[in-house]
Design a protein around this ligand. Sequence first.
Ligand code: HEC
Length: 160
Amino acid sequence: MCAGRREAPPGAQSVEKQGMHHLSVRLPALLLLLFFLGACTKSPTAATPVATPPLGQAPAGEKLFNATLQLVGAPTCSVCHVLNPGDEPIVGPNLSNLAKEAGTRKPGMSAKTYLREALLEPNTFVVEGYQAGIMPQNYGDLLTEPQLEDLVAYLLTLGE
Ligand code: HEC
């Protein structure tokens, strides 16, 4: 279209004519496109997923664990926690077996609930050999609910 215009002799009339010609050719195509776009935007409501999505996304949680939290002003988990079995703990416990341990920390409390609590109120259970008050206490303020759920989903995959 642009090349065509460049070749056209200067003069408002001829440019206008050419423009009209282009429009008449393109209008049906444009209408067709609009029709399809309309159909596309409507389809998600028509095909509502039956299964409820999982609460958190482990891959997103893994990213948060390793880096992204620095972006929201919170210390990154990986600064204090190692994940490989046998690695020397840094500041916090080695979390390589966390999926199994989390369910045994508090009698009657599921692993998932314990992990949520461990992030929101770390001092309600202090892992043996460690001190209270070192794990940041303000993740509840810094993380959004979906971020929290993603992190818990990821922690539940550690040492499964
Ligand atoms: C400044 C260091 C530090 C940072 C940063 C930190 N933690 Fe901790 N974390 C600790 C310490 C120390 C403990 C042990 C004391 C306790 O239980 O509160 C701990 C305990 C935990 C526990 C309990 C582990 C168990 O075996 O029961 C979990 C789970 C945990 N942290 C996850 C995280 C996650 C997820 C993040 C990032 C959102 C994070 N921590 C960031 C220091 C840290």
